[in-house]
Design a protein around this ligand. Sequence first.
Ligand SMILES: [Zn+2]
Length: 125
Amino acid sequence: MKLPRSFLDEVERRCSPREECVALLFGIGGEVSSWVWLKNVARSAIEFKVDPEEFYSALAEAEARGAELLAIFHTHPGPPVPSDLDLKYMRLWRVVWIIANVYTLELAGWMATPWGIKPINVERI
Ligand SMILES: [Zn+2]
C-alpha cells in the first residue's frame, strides 16, 4: 500500500492524542490517491466510532468517482497495533487497516484474512 506524504502531513496537522482520528483512503491498485476524514463520534482518545450515514455517503461518492476503498485509517495514542475492538471490525471490513501512532507517526498496515490478521507493508511516497 502506497501512502502519499500529503496525507501524512494532514495527519500531523489535524490529529491529536485527545481523540482518535479516522479517514477512509481511496485509490486504485494499492496506491492511495484521495481520502475523506470522518468524525469520531465516540470522541474518545482510545477508540473510534463513525456515523454510518457519513461513512456510506463517503463510500458512495468515491464509487461515483471510480475510486475504491483501499484502507481505513485511524490513529492510536501508542503503538499501531490493532485493539480488540479494531480486530472485531477488521473482520467485518476486509480492507487494509492502517494505524498510526499519533505521537511518532509510526505506521502499520493490517488486514483480516480467513487465516488470521496479516501485516501489510505501508510505503510512504
Ligand atoms: Zn484502533
